[in-house]
Write a new protein. Structure first.
Ligand SMILES: [Ca+2]
Ligand SMILES: [Ca+2]
Length: 300
């Protein structure tokens, strides 16, 4: 009996060490609570006032078409203590106000009638390496929307077999898609590195279900990042951790984005079999991504 048990344990150990990370989703112990006492607040935006603080963020305007819609700064507002990114359909193309100041010309695609939403980033303004990063927000709830709080740097595209140069870290992604395995009332957290082509690698902690209604109630989504691992949190409680490919050892900037399912500015009902976009009175348009704050802490 003892020998059989011993053999069984060895087999279990062999299986568990042979399992690729992608299959070990959800196996990580859960429940650690973030201890903010071991951190100090080093950067934040509480979204007070009535305009976006350009000393902290920039609108993402260099990419007009984004999947099934357009990113436009008109869709980004600060009001009632929140950043509000709206998503809606417009019969008339919105005006293109941006030009490339280095080339002195508008050098990107024109806007067209279609689905519009927005995105902001701290790129070229604020980057941080390691610490704890938290957003408090209500998620947009209309079919076809994909909202996210994530981090990047310019090395994410570099292929070196590692994520240590730079990794896209998706603190949360909310896919409000019809008939998709991700489903609603949950978020997904994960990482991507070595670009987005054939060498792309990534990993995910999988789905995290949210107990309250994340579309009408605030929740916090957090990331603790140290030299060894990424630890993801929902309302301050750990949901999973990743270190696949090696953790990024370089500073990264922040992004808050909303996208539509689809490609090349054309909304699609079938991206990954999900996200049919139709503007009917019962489908919550216009939808809003409401962000109370973003706070970045560093280890003391
Ligand atoms: Ca790399
Ligand atoms: Ca606020």
């Amino acid at each position: 009996m003892k020998t059989i048990l011993k053999g069984f344990i060895v087999v279990l150990m062999l299986i568990s060490t042979a399992l690729p990370d992608a299959l070990s989703l959800g196996k990580v112990p859960k429940g650690k609570t973030i201890d903010l006492e071991s951190f100090e607040l080093v950067w934040s935006d509480e979204f007070e006032g009535d305009t976006l603080d350009k000393s902290k963020w920039t609108y993402i305007w260099w990419e007009t078409e984004r999947k099934g819609g357009y990113w436009h700064e008109d869709m980004v507002e600060v009001r009632d203590g929140n950043l509000v990114i709206t998503a809606d359909y417009f019969d008339q193309a919105k005006e293109n106000y941006h030009y490339d100041k280095w080339k002195d010309q508008i050098n990107f695609k024109e806007y067209k009638p279609g689905w519009y939403t927005g995105a902001i980033s701290s790129v070229n303004i604020y980057e941080q390496k390691y610490g704890y990063f938290e957003v408090r927000c209500k998620l947009p709830a209309a079919y076809g929307l994909w909202s996210a709080f994530w981090m990047m740097n310019d090395k994410v595209e570099d292929v070196d077999g590692s994520g240590q140069d730079g990794t896209e870290v998706d603190i949360f992604e909310s896919f409000y898609y019809k008939d998709h395995w991700w489903g609603n009332d949950c978020v997904v957290s994960g990482i991507h590195y070595d670009g987005y082509g054939k060498d792309h690698k990534g990993d995910s902690i999988g789905k995290t279900f949210i107990e309250n209604d994340p579309y009408t109630e605030y929740n916090t989504y957090g990331l603790e990042w140290n030299e060894n691992e990424y630890i993801f949190y929902l309302n301050g409680v750990e949901t999973g951790r990743l270190s696949t490919g090696g953790v990024s050892q370089n500073p990264e900037y922040l992004l808050l984005t909303v996208e539509f399912s689809g490609e090349n500015g054309v909304a699609s009902g079938d991206r990954a079999g999900a996200g049919k976009i139709s503007k009917t009175p019962d489908e919550n348009w216009p939808a809003e991504f409401v962000v109370d704050y973003v706070r970045c802490y560093q280890y003391k």
